[in-house]
Design a protein around this ligand. Structure first.
Ligand SMILES: Cc1ncc(COP(=O)(O)O)c(C=O)c1O
Length: 407
């Protein structure tokens, strides 16, 4: 049985290993491991790529988002509106800054923040809007930008999963994600469309003032030397990562095209299978994930289990042990059965952020953001990486058809 992983970074490395090895060895020989020309060259190349004048590299996508909030002095008493259906980092940084995340439900077709519901969430405390381009798909930036402008709120784009995605603005011009809002935040975690061989991130902006502020906070609150004008952090990108990313950046558009071709082939192969819903690209998607829905007919209460198990004491859990547990979503059985056939899949994300134990104090209830809740019970991300073969995609189709008959 041929095992198909959700992503296979080794295949990409094998194709590029001569260039990557040479770039890494050059850094090792240079003895300039932090900062220096290799990092500066990558920042310039990434600024050019994202069509922004300023790029500040940093240690992770999480730090990029945090630095963006710091650029706007967002802190205690402030609210930032974002999506509940994303990786925890998006909301975590809002909390790290001392502010409160406000979650707006997602649109069912895109898994991205539903811009139609955005305006109702704005309060006098709102200080920024943070849309996420989830799974590679651009958020509805036309509406988001219009609402942000109407309320003079900054927009911080979470581009972690969408490096290279393109949005067409209302005047018909195309813009890369990260150049649309005030600040774009990128992750170079290995599984991202542009991934390093360790942690890494970057921030892009059109504003020299914001760029300067973020550059200072990124490096211990200093411009240079040992004079510190802000409480900062150490969030520098290593030269080795910058060297690797510079090599890989040259291939990013080609890889994104391959991802699009794979998504189109999946659509052909899976489009007529009953019981699942395949994803669509609206404005653009660079398909960091190919996430289907395994349709869930039951109610949403299964989601309560994870939170309750953590929040309730052991005694409560024992007391409730006899209570009837809501059944697991069919998606979980499908995933297990696919795994038995060697087809590995992932669930991004099994619990939306507003229902996470860490955010219980915010008081969100199951069903309050029903589209995100339902997505958490239905999503299944199939193998997706640029080197995935036609034969592997056909194996996914055959496996899925077979499994859905049985589950
Ligand atoms: C949507 C989103 N935002 C932020 C991050 C954080 O990026 P990093 O892992 O580089 O800190 C991730 C990473 O998985 C992500 O998927």
């Amino acid at each position: 049985m041929n095992t198909i992983p959700p992503l296979d970074l080794a295949r990409q490395y094998q194709a590029l290993q001569d260039d990557i090895n040479a770039a890494v060895l050059a850094v090792l020989a240079s003895s300039q491991y932090i900062g220096g020309p290799v990092v500066a060259q990558f920042e310039q190349a990434f600024a050019d790529y994202t069509q922004t004048p300023f790029c500040i590299s940093c240690n992770s996508g999480t730090d990029a988002l945090y630095l963006a909030l710091r650029a706007f002095d967002i802190g205690p008493g402030d609210e930032v509106i974002t999506s509940p259906f994303t990786f925890i980092a998006t909301a975590e940084v809002i909390s790290m800054a001392g502010a409160t995340p406000v979650f707006v439900d997602i649109a069912p077709e895109t898994f991205n923040l539903d811009a139609e519901q955005l305006e109702a969430a704005i309060t006098p405390r709102t200080r920024a809007i943070m849309p996420v381009h989830l799974f590679g798909q651009t958020a509805d930036m036309t509406r988001v930008m219009a609402i942000a402008q109407a309320h003079t709120l900054p927009v911080i784009e979470d581009c972690a999963q969408a490096t290279g995605a393109i949005w067409q603005n209302p005047t018909g011009q195309t813009q890369k994600v990260g150049s649309i809002g005030d600040i774009g935040c990128f992750s170079f975690y290995p599984s991202k469309n542009l991934g390093g061989y360790g942690d890494g991130g970057a921030i892009t902006t059109h504003s020299a003032t914001l760029a300067e502020k973020m550059r200072i906070v990124r490096d211990h609150g200093r411009r240079s030397g040992y004079i510190h004008e802000a409480i900062g952090m150490n969030s520098r990108l290593d030269a080795i990562q910058a060297a690797i990313l510079s090599v890989k950046l040259r291939h990013l558009d080609q890889w994104n095209l391959q991802r699009k071709a794979i998504a189109a082939r999946y659509a052909q192969l899976l489009g007529n299978i009953p019981g699942i819903t395949i994803p669509q690209a609206f404005q653009d998607s660079v398909w960091n994930q190919y996430t289907i829905r395994v349709n869930h007919e039951g109610d949403l209460h299964y989601l309560g289990r994870s939170r309750d198990r953590i929040l309730n004491s052991a005694a409560d859990v024992a007391l409730n042990a006899s209570a009837i547990e809501p059944p697991a979503p069919r998606r979980d059985q499908v995933r297990t059965a696919l795994g038995e056939q060697g087809i590995q899949s992932m669930v991004y994300y099994p619990l939306p952020l507003h229902l996470q134990p860490v955010y219980a104090h915010l008081g969100y209830e199951i069903g309050q953001l029903p589209i995100a809740d339902k997505a958490a019970l239905e999503v299944l991300s199939l193998p997706m990486f640029p080197e995935l073969t036609v034969a592997e995609q056909e194996q996914v189709r055959d496996g899925l058809k077979d499994v859905l008959l049985r589950c």
